[in-house]
Ligand binder design. Structure first.
Ligand code: G3I
Length: 385
């Protein structure tokens, strides 16, 4: 039998008693699946942080197995939804801090880096944010003030417990133009710059301030981000990091394109963060990026072929090879990369079970639904053994 870390065994034993409904495997079978004696965070400790996203249910369900896996395997965590404006402050004066508070405390208790996701994003932001008491759109100054209040609220409550912040998310389109959001409409084309000025003034001085987006390899977006960073640097507007989400496919972007993209962003001198990594195992019917506002498709036997959980070994191998080439590229750029975060812990946690096809059984991450490690997990670790 292959060796598996004792602490992994404890977690997997918990999983095997049925917390994961999809699992029919015994503990013995599960331990056979991984030959790794080190965890991801241990293996990459001298290179970059390896992170994962946590969801609300991991805090509200006692002994949630994904939370245990996250503590064991990852050195950074991000909340998938519960710091977004609509969750933490759905109405004026109404705040839901329950999940975010536990998240911030987890970072302290477990010595795990916590990432604030996200200060300003056009999506999952309630309408009231952009309107006055009469329902009219705010003035530029009033919206900037509202944004400042939000930054202050986080800084006051969490201070240096949250040291990495996605300041602005997805504000640039594929073609490099600015996204036409209410932020942009009300504030103007300097919305991103104003957001970073506010973050610099209000967030802790030791925080890393990041611009985060998907499809960062696309030439239009890439060139706009590079030009923006250069402009900020010339003007003295603080920006510390570039966040490449990394919602990638089985083939695209190629390792070569990822390599070129990282080289260009690294040349800015900013720190690079891979913020939302996953590999869409099932493909995406021509969709690229991660725009949550697209019209979604319905699951069919053709686009949802492994709904019974039986993934062919050859497909697992291909998936492992894809993660291997991605991590080889990250290792090549390790001097510029501070963090690689997966968007979810296990396949069951992934947003790709619902995008761009609703109700699929997708397999985009390194841990299976039953919490056992995949070949891809071991391939990623083997690269640095
Ligand atoms: O919590 C409600 C539940 O009460 C309700 O019954 C259910 C019905 O649809 O919805 C649940 O909320 C969903 C939420 O995820 C939690 O599962 C929302 O509808 C759904 O829209 C939301 O999706 C999130 C998405 O952002 C929304 O924009 C995903 O979980 C989250 O992973 C995803 O994360 C984004 C990043 O923030 C930015 N980059 C892309 C990334 C992936 O889309």
């Amino acid at each position: 039998m292959k060796i598996y870390k004792i602490s992994h065994l404890a977690i997997i034993a918990t999983l095997a008693i049925g917390v994961f409904s999809c699992s029919e495997k015994s503990t013995e079978q599960v331990t056979e699946q991984s030959g790794s004696t080190v965890t991801l965070k241990e293996a990459y400790a001298d290179k970059f942080l390896v992170g994962a996203t946590l969801g609300a249910s991991m805090f509200t369900t006692p002994n949630h197995p994904s939370l245990a896996l996250a503590k064991e395997n990852f050195s950074a965590v991000t909340l998938d939804n519960d710091m977004k404006w609509e969750r933490i402050n759905p109405l004026p004066g109404k705040f839901n801090f329950e999940i975010a508070d536990q998240f911030a405390q987890l970072g302290v208790d477990e010595n795990i880096s916590t990432v604030g996701h996200v200060l300003f994003w056009h999506s999952q932001t309630p309408d009231w944010v952009f309107k006055d008491d009469e329902g009219n759109l705010l003035t530029r100054d009033a919206l900037l003030e509202r944004m400042r209040e939000r930054a202050k609220m986080f800084a006051t409550r969490y201070g240096s417990r949250i040291k990495i912040w996605d300041v602005v998310n997805e504000a640039i389109e594929d073609d490099g133009t600015l996204r036409k959001s209410l932020y942009n409409q009300i504030i103007g084309d300097d919305f991103i710059e104003q957001a970073f000025i506010i973050a610099d003034q209000e967030m802790p001085k030791d925080a890393t301030l990041i611009y985060n987006d998907y499809g960062m390899n696309r030439i239009g977006r890439r060139d706009t981000v590079l030009a923006m960073v250069k402009e900020f640097q010339q003007k003295g507007v603080r920006i510390d990091g570039i966040g490449l989400q990394g919602h990638w496919g089985m083939v695209n972007p190629s390792a070569e394109i990822i390599d070129t993209t990282l080289t260009l962003y690294a040349a800015t001198g900013l720190r690079l963060h891979i913020t939302e990594l996953d590999v869409d195992f099932l493909g995406r019917d021509g969709m690229t990026g991660a725009d949550v506002d697209i019209e979604k498709l319905i699951a069919t036997p053709e686009n949802n072929p492994y709904s019974d959980g039986n993934v062919p070994a050859a497909a697992e191998d291909k998936f492992a090879a894809r993660y291997k080439e991605i991590f080889q590229t990250f290792i090549k750029h390790q001097k510029s990369i501070d963090r690689v975060t997966f968007w979810g812990v296990t396949d069951g946690d992934s947003w790709l079970n619902g995008w761009p096809v609703v109700g699929r059984t997708n397999y985009p991450l390194l841990f299976k639904r039953d919490g056992s490690a995949k070949k891809a997990h071991d391939a990623v670790i083997d690269l640095v053994k």
